[in-house]
Design a protein around this ligand. Structure first.
Ligand code: FEO
Length: 401
């Protein structure tokens, strides 16, 4: 009996990854449901391991391999992605199994060499290359910047399994290994959150990738990502979500993110929200002190407007707002309109600073930003309501165009 069994995902392919039930932060993204680091064993004549796991989980991965074959029988390793959650365990695995070959993209070779000094062991493969495993064939497609410059897909022709590394994954630790065993609403939420927080900046590349895959001779029946469950049914659903998310079409949804010192900016946010909602727009108010930056990223994924409010603290944005806006700026959401608002006591830099960030994000500013001295009176709240109306009207116009 094995404490850590492998899970068969096709006739000759096994999941041999690790489940991380405890991780709650993945480079700034809150992973409230943990994650998995998926590795796969291809039992061809040439036994091949696709990716490894985060370093502390190496023992678990090798135990799962051992539940199927002696790990020393692994002949080849393919590193689809050299980020540490997939390659952290690679040096240890190489030392343990002494594979004949390790394959990676050219950038993968460089990254693995930069991290571990193992470049000499790596054989470079590129898009269109294939390797003959005797009874099976692996083909490769470079997917640069999804999610690092080294990333690539590997396709097992005979088993029709696409090893997609970060793409089509999610941070979700579960006992179930297949997506069809998990509640669809959970899958959609976790996949969307993952896309928003990891892949959003590369949406243009994902649109191109979706087109490449649709024209490819590859006809996968299983998608095996490096995080979360394996897709073996309704592959069009997750591919369709990626196609939609990558387009970032504006919808009638506005996200208002703010923080507040003495409730003035909060009252402004609520008045703006009433104005926006009065135009038939779905409004999501997100107090930065009560939500996580990755929750805001999730809400932005299908929004058409981003409104940001902050008091001025020591000539700057409130720290929680600087955090959220810096994070969102890095994710490069597209096709948003927006507005800036906030309260101040004397110097009042925050609203200007929000405008600068939104402009750098290519958010199209609508209406006039509002800076409120100390606390809003009725006239100020009316102005806020009117700004909300202006944003709502413009959003509806854009969505109907
Ligand atoms: Fe799951 Fe980009 O690493």
């Amino acid at each position: 009996m094995s404490v850590f069994p492998a899970v068969k995902i096709s006739d000759h392919v096994y999941w041999v990854g690790a489940i991380d039930w405890t991780i709650r932060d993945f480079h700034g993204y809150r992973t409230g449901q943990g994650s998995t680091y998926n590795a796969y064993l291809v039992l061809a004549d040439t036994v091949t391991l696709i990716d490894t796991v985060k370093k502390p989980f190496c023992e678990e991965m090798l135990a799962r391999v051992a539940s199927v074959i002696d790990p020393a029988r692994i002949d080849c390793i393919v590193s689809n992605h050299s980020e540490m959650d997939h390659s952290g365990g690679l040096p240890e695995v190489i030392a343990a199994v002494k594979p004949e070959r390790v394959y990676a993209s050219a950038m993968g070779k460089k990254t693995l060499d930069d991290h571990f000094g193992i470049g000499d062991l790596i054989h470079v493969v590129k898009s269109g290359d294939s390797i003959d495993l005797g009874s099976m064939t692996l083909e490769f497609l470079e997917t640069r910047m999804l999610h690092w410059p080294d990333s690539m897909f590997t396709y097992c022709v005979e088993e029709k399994v696409l090893f997609s590394q970060d793409a089509f994954g999610m941070h979700l630790a579960t006992a179930e290994r297949f997506a069809d065993e998990i509640e669809p609403s959970i899958l959609e939420y976790e996949a969307a959150t993952y896309y928003a927080n990891i892949l959003l900046p590369y949406s243009n590349l994902i649109s191109k990738l979706a087109e490449t895959l649709s024209q490819s001779p590859w006809k996968p029946e299983i998608i095996a990502p490096d995080h979360g469950p394996v897709w073996r049914k309704d592959l069009d659903t997750i591919i369709g979500h990626y196609t939609d998310w990558a387009l970032q079409r504006p919808s009638r949804k506005a996200v208002i993110v703010y923080d507040t010192m003495w409730h003035s900016t909060e009252r402004m946010a609520r008045a703006i929200a009433e104005g926006t909602a009065s135009r038939g727009v779905d409004v999501k108010i997100m107090p930065a002190s009560a939500v996580h930056r990755s929750d805001v990223a999730y809400e932005i994924l299908d929004a058409g407007a981003l409104l940001a409010g902050s008091p001025t603290l020591n000539n700057n944005l409130f720290p929680s707002m600087a955090d959220v806006l810096t994070y969102l700026k890095g994710l490069k959401p597209q096709n948003l309109i927006g507005a800036a608002f906030g309260s101040y006591g004397w110097s009042g830099e925050s609203v200007k600073q929000i405008e600068e960030v939104l402009t750098a994000m290519k958010v199209s500013l609508v209406g006039e930003s509002i800076a409120c001295l100390y606390a809003p009176d009725q006239e100020m709240l009316d102005r806020c309501f009117c700004l909300g109306v202006t944003v709502g009207d413009e959003l509806v116009k854009r969505c109907d165009a």
